[in-house]
Each structure stands twice: as structure tokens, then as C-alpha cells.
Design a protein around this ligand. Structure first.
Ligand SMILES: *Cc1c(COP(=O)(O)O)cnc(C)c1O
Length: 451
């Protein structure tokens, strides 16, 4: 067999340079600590996204709140603000301590983005934000809207007719398509979602029921995005939401940090030099976790430590960051198949934009095998009555992984707070969730008997 060449170098040269690649290529679970991680002040010198831009995004979401409250009744309670609860999961913590033989004396919290209204996943942050921003720009340019207006007027027929002249397109493994499809159809846009082979049937069905055009691909996510991008370029009235490069998606996600800060303050949880915050975020292409991590860094600087979690079969951000090759390489280049049950994370090539932005801000990346996602899914139902989709559990291992690798200096001082970012689940049909649960129960049982 010809030796594989990646970016002009033989594979074994890469393996020598980055010995962790051996384990990654064998799809073993790993923890990678980012050697380029710098202090906030140092890292920010190279980043051209500003706090003002994130605040502008937050202000825009406020302007749209009356509209959202009007057209999505589930957001009336929160006055049109799309936000999720932050809860303590002490039963789960006890279980993880016991089963992994470690001691977590710190607080363990779950950020429940599975409960975000409208789209039931973290995509309700970035995806909805970018569509709203686009709608605002179109209506403003046509002198149909000013920033001073009550945006609930956008719900009227007149605006729907106006927006129906324009299209939105996006490539997705499922959840981004759900979020963009639902909001775009509601506003009145024509919308096309290019779905990779990983996308679950129920997600496609749900979108079609809302009048969204779903184009299916037998290939992975990168191809679906590429096709979507290509087809959209031909049409000036189509806005393509580019998950691999979009700053707007990123800003929409980053707003989460401000909301989280308020929640922590309400819970009287301190974050400062002596009370570090650890955050574990499931990562696909990188926009969601990247945006959230960036926002948190703006607020908490060196007091927050962000880690991404990826499936062992789709570690695209990990290899991209580690090698510094970012989106120039895919996991397939290293013989990894990008086949995972965690559909939200089934991405073989990371966003270069996110990788480069976070290059010196991210603390590290760890990988998790699929079976563990199901076991944790089952346990979280049993112990906390919280129902997540498999992708959303990738971060749960975070405190365990760090503790085992002695990465948490003050783990035993009751000073730190750990937040596992749960990224999706509330729209999963009951029948599908039941299958997930049963699979978790089966795998757990098997593990016990195999011992
Ligand atoms: C999309 C998604 C992620 C990761 O977001 P990226 O922007 O793709 O990195 C994590 N979890 C779930 C459930 C998702 O749908």
C-alpha cells in the first residue's frame, strides 16, 4: 500500500511529531492539553472579534424578543428571550465519582440547552440569530423596519410576503437545519436544508412538515455544506448560512456567556481567581462551542477553562488544532471514519475560522467513545430525569477526564465550578428517546457482566 501523504508529509512523520496521533488514529479516548493556550490578554492580541460585537448581537436578540414571543408561544414566559436553565446535578456527580473512582468535591452543573425553546438544541442560539440578523438587514434596507420599531410587526402578513421573495440555505447534520429551517419558515423565507447522511429521519420529517425543502446526501457533513454553498451562489436572493465560516453564528452563540453569568450570580456562585470555572462543550464543526467559549473568555478571562469534547471517531477540532492545520485536513486523512451515533458531532473537518480564533484560548480537547454517551444518557434519565440526545452527553466525562489526568489543581478545595454543556434533546421523539435509553441500559449491563 502507498504510504498516505497528508499536506505533503507522510503520515508517520505526523505521528512522530504528534505522538498522541497514534491513539487518536486508533480511536482511543484521549485528552489533549493545548500547548498554545495563552493568557487572555496575550491571546486576544491576535483576535479581531470584539466584545462590542457580542453585545450588539445581544441587543439585536432583545429587539427581536417581542416578535419571538408573538410567533413562538413557548417563549412568552421568557419574554421572547431564548435561554435555558442552569441546574445542579448532584446525583449524577455521585454516580460518576463512584463509577470512575474519583472524588469531585466541586460543584457540578448542567447547562440545559436541550431545553432551549424553538429548536431544542444549542443551535437555537447561533442559527436563529443569523436568520434574524439577515431578516433585519433586508427589511431595514427596504425601509420596512427601523431599530426603534416594535419588531412584533414582522409577524404580520405584509412582512411574510416580503420575506417570501428571499431564500435561506444551510448544510447540516441535523440540528442546525432544524433551527434554521424552523425560524426561516416562520419568518416567511423559502428555506432549503442540505442534510448529511448522519441526519436522523425524524429531523428531516419535522422540517418537511414545516414546509422546509430538505435535500438529502449520502455523504458526510462537509459535502452537504459544499453542495449547499455551491447551489446558493447562483442565486443573489439566497443567503447561505455557512457553518464552517460564519461570524454571525459565532456571535449568536457567544451571547450565551452573558446569560450564564447572570445565572451564576443568581445562584451565588463565584467565578474569580480563587474560584475557577471549568466548562465542557461538545464540538462538531466548532461554531457552537467556539462561540460560547469565546463569550465566556471575554467575561471571565483567565478564570475560565474551556474544553471541547468530540467523539473518538470524529476528532476534527482536535487534530486540526493539534497539528495547526485546522480545516486543511480531515479526520479521514488520518484514516478515521467520522462515523458516530452522535449526529450533532459527526463532522470530519473543523471550522478553520473557529480553530484559529480559539487557538490560544482553548484549554484542551478530549474524546469520548459512543458507548459511553449512551450509558451517560441512561444514567442522567435515571438520576436527574433529564433527557438528552447522545451528542449532548459528550461533555459529561469532562470532570472525570481532567481529574484522572490531574489537570484540576484545586479539585479538592470545593472552590471550582464545573459546567457540562448539554447541547440538545428536547425535540427527540419519545420513541427514539426510548431506544437511546434502552441502548444505554444494554451497554451498561454488558459492561457490568464483562468485568
Ligand atoms: C451542533 C451540535 C453541537 C456542536 O456544535 P458545532 O457548532 O457543530 O460544533 C453539539 N451538540 C449538539 C446536540 C449539536 O446539535
Amino acid at each position: 500500500m502507498e504510504p498516505s501523504i497528508v499536506q505533503g508529509e507522510k503520515l508517520d512523520i505526523w505521528q512522530q511529531r504528534f505522538p498522541l496521533l497514534n491513539k487518536i488514529m486508533a480511536t482511543e479516548e484521549v485528552l489533549w492539553i493545548n500547548p498554545k493556550n495563552k493568557s487572555y490578554d496575550e491571546a486576544m492580541k491576535k483576535i479581531h472579534i470584539t466584545e462590542e460585537e457580542v453585545m450588539e448581537a445581544e441587543a439585536r436578540l432583545y429587539r427581536f424578543a417581542p416578535y419571538l414571543a408573538k410567533v413562538f408561544p413557548e417563549t412568552i414566559k421568557s419574554k421572547g428571550i431564548i435561554e435555558s436553565p442552569l441546574v445542579e446535578i448532584s446525583n449524577m456527580k455521585k454516580y460518576m465519582e463512584k463509577s470512575c473512582n474519583i472524588n469531585i468535591t466541586d460543584k457540578l452543573l448542567l447547562k440545559c440547552d436541550d431545553q432551549l425553546p424553538i429548536a431544542g438544541s444549542i443551535k437555537a442560539r447561533g442559527g436563529i440569530y443569523e436568520v434574524l440578523k439577515h431578516a433585519e438587514a433586508l427589511a431595514t434596507e427596504s425601509k420596512l423596519l427601523t431599530k426603534q420599531d416594535d419588531y412584533s410587526i414582522l409577524a404580520s402578513e405584509r412582512y411574510k410576503v416580503f420575506f417570501s421573495d428571499y431564500s435561506i440555505a444551510v448544510g447540516s447534520t441535523g440540528n442546525l437545519g432544524l433551527s434554521i429551517g424552523i425560524i426561516s419558515a416562520k419568518i416567511g423565507f423559502k428555506v432549503t436544508v442540505h442534510m448529511s447522511a448522519d441526519a436522523k429521519q425524524w429531523k428531516k420529517d419535522l422540517l418537511r412538515s414545516k414546509g422546509v425543502k430538505v435535500v438529502e446526501y449520502t455523504s458526510d457533513y462537509s459535502k452537504a455544506v459544499e453542495e449547499g454553498r455551491k447551489q446558493s451562489e447562483k442565486d443573489l436572493k439566497t443567503h447561505f448560512i455557512d457553518d464552517e465560516n460564519s461570524k454571525n453564528l459565532f456571535l449568536g452563540y457567544a451571547v450565551a456567556a452573558y446569560r450564564l453569568k447572570k445565572q451564576l450570580e443568581e445562584m451565588k456562585i463565584k467565578v474569580d481567581e480563587n474560584h475557577p470555572l471549568y466548562v465542557y462543550l461538545p464540538c462538531g464543526v466548532g461554531g457552537g462551542p467556539g462561540g460560547v467559549a469565546f463569550g465566556l473568555k471575554l467575561l471571565y478571562r483567565d478564570d475560565v477553562h474551556c474544553y471541547f469534547a468530540e467523539p473518538t471517531h470524529s476528532p476534527c477540532m482536535l487534530i486540526g488544532m493539534m497539528t495547526g492545520l485546522h480545516n486543511k485536513i480531515s479526520v479521514q486523512d488520518f484514516g478515521i471514519d467520522n462515523i458516530t451515533e452522535a449526529d450533532g458531532l459527526a463532522v470530519g473537518r473543523a471550522s478553520g475560522f473557529v480553530g484559529k480564533t480559539l487557538e490560544e484560548l482553548l484549554s484542551g480537547v478530549f474524546t469520548v467513545e459512543d458507548d459511553k454517551l449512551y450509558i451517560l444518557l441512561k444514567k442522567l434519565v435515571d438520576l436527574e430525569n433529564i433527557h438528552l440526545e447522545p451528542s449532548a452527553l459528550a461533555g459529561m466525562q469532562g470532570p472525570v477526564v481532567l481529574a484522572k489526568n490531574h489537570r484540576i489543581e484545586d479539585f479538592h478545595n470545593k472552590n471550582a465550578t464545573h459546567i457540562v454543556w448539554a447541547t440538545g434533546g428536547s425535540l427527540v421523539p419519545e420513541e427514539v428517546m426510548k431506544n437511546y435509553y434502552e441502548k444505554g441500559a444494554y451497554l451498561l449491563q454488558k459492561r457490568v457482566t464483562d468485568r
